[in-house]
Design a protein around this ligand. Structure first.
Ligand code: GBH
Length: 449
């Protein structure tokens, strides 16, 4: 880690942390909440590494006041949470559950009272199970149901949520949820998962219109990106890199920014109807960027069903998830977005950046996490460099506030600035929390040091 003071960011730069509903809330059967695909998936034996579920998770549903106090103590200007669709609309259509909206209203009002901007993600993968039973994101109707749900949430909170994020990482929901089956709903369609991409994007576009009708606040989507590093130097390696680039980084962003789907992927366009691409290209106020690491790609073996092969990048430190730590990848990625989309690229906010380590309390009860401090320090320097390169980045959100339920990995991966003892629900801020608090405070004071 560099010993120089962390870099300065412009006045008004948005500092935040992110979470998602199923990963922290718990209270899975309380106050009228319906079931989601993740309830079903987590309760299916063999799906989750440690056999756990999100039934209780961080019990945030009951401990939200304590968690908002942790946000206030950190000094963030924004908090990105997600709204659980099955809490608000248990069956995904029709009847509203007022207790669900009440919960998010309390949270939002609590944040505002502390001077923290509420940033609400409407879909972080927890589709109501009833909608899944009717075809889920493979069914076009789900896009319309999503817009209806967006309208319901915005009718209650449109005057107070400061930034809307329609979808979180539709690429991951398509690829892991519908392609490989590692995530809920567990479908294994591989490249036939394309309808789940198109219907998510259509739902996004319809939701943008619904949100604009109810709320004056800006609207975004949060995509995950991974800069592609070609491993090897043959023409086939370079072509494989381009194919992976189109799949991971362009499949969602090209149509969002008015270019239609990348043609080289050869997806069957049957689900795409006249007018859909215009709906999807509704202007965005902000592009949310989730960045974790670059991906190594080379040509696939001749008998592979895929047009590329993913290879681990050598020579980098690794997190407890085994993901390589490559801060410069963030600068590389932002440069790629800037060059590729030019004037069509909206202002960016980094809506997730973070790392998992095996953090545990020491004898004094403190939780030292020097690796996370180094990780954040490196990524903030890379972000500063991207700003100096001319990329318009307006904020940085750390994933995550709390150690939480990490999807297929259950409780085995700790991403929090705050340690959670899942047996007692005790929260202990890690050393990275104190470090980030100082970085934020110094950045707010301005360049006076
Ligand atoms: C996000 O997804 C989610 O939005 C969030 O809910 C989740 O908790 C968080 O990140 C942490 O996982 O193949 O080894 O190069 C992250 C999506 C997909 C990013 C897999 C890193 C590849 C690692 N991730 N990816 S590797």
């Amino acid at each position: 880690m560099s010993t120089a003071p962390p870099p300065q960011f412009p006045a008004g730069f948005r500092w935040g942390v992110s979470t998602s509903a199923y990963q922290i809330e718990g209270a899975a059967t309380e106050d009228g909440r319906g079931r989601s695909v993740w309830d079903t998936f987590a309760h299916t034996p063999g799906r989750i590494a440690d056999g756990s579920t999100g039934d209780v998770a961080c019990d945030h549903y009951h401990r939200h006041a304590e968690d908002v106090a942790l946000l206030a103590g950190l000094g963030v200007s924004a908090y990105r949470f997600s709204v659980a669709w099955p809490r608000v609309q248990p069956d995904g259509s029709g009847a509203v559950n007022p207790a669900g909206l009440d919960f998010y209203e309390r949270l939002v009002d609590d944040l505002l009272a502390r001077g923290i901007d509420p940033v609400a993600t409407l879909f972080h993968w927890d589709l109501p199970q009833r909608l899944e039973d009717a075809g889920g994101w493979l069914a076009r109707d789900t896009a319309h149901r999503f817009a209806e749900y967006a309208d319901l949430v915005a009718a209650r909170l449109g005057d107070r949520v400061k930034l809307w994020i329609t979808l979180n990482e539709p690429f991951i929901h398509m690829s892991l949820g519908h392609g490989t089956g590692k995530h809920a709903p567990g479908r294994t369609l591989l490249f036939d998962a394309f309808p789940a991409a198109h219907h998510q994007l259509l739902g996004h576009g319809l939701a943008v219109a619904a949100l604009r009708a109810r709320s004056g606040s800006p609207v975004a989507i949060a995509n995950n990106y991974s800069p592609v590093r070609v491993v090897g130097d043959t023409g086939a390696d370079v072509a494989a890199g381009a194919a992976y680039e189109a799949l991971h980084n362009r499949l969602f962003t090209d149509p969002l920014l008015g270019r239609g789907y990348p043609e080289e992927l050869g997806f069957d366009q049957t689900p795409v109807r006249a007018g859909d691409l215009d709906t999807i290209a509704a202007p965005l106020d902000v592009l949310g960027v989730n960045y974790y690491n670059p991906t190594g790609v080379r040509a696939a073996a001749d008998d592979s069903p895929l047009p590329f092969e993913l290879v681990p990048l050598e020579g980098y430190p690794r997190t407890a998830f085994d993901w390589p730590v490559v801060p410069d990848g963030l600068r590389e990625l932002l440069g790629w977005l800037h060059r590729t989309y030019g004037a069509a690229l909206p202002p960016v906010q980094i809506t997730e950046s973070g790392c998992a380590y095996d953090d545990a309390p020491d004898a004094e009860g403190r939780v030292p996490d020097p690796h996370r401090i180094a990780y954040l320090d490196g990524h903030l320097r890379a972000l500063r460099a991207a700003l100096d390169d001319g990329v318009d980045v307006r904020g940085y959100f750390v994933w995550s506030l709390l150690d939480n339920w990490e999807w297929a990995e259950g409780f085995t991966k700790r991403f929090g600035l705050v340690h959670v003892d899942f047996a007692t629900q005790a929260r202990t801020p890690k050393s990275s929390y104190a470090w980030l608090r100082e970085v934020i405070a110094a950045s707010r004071r301005g360049p006076d040091r």
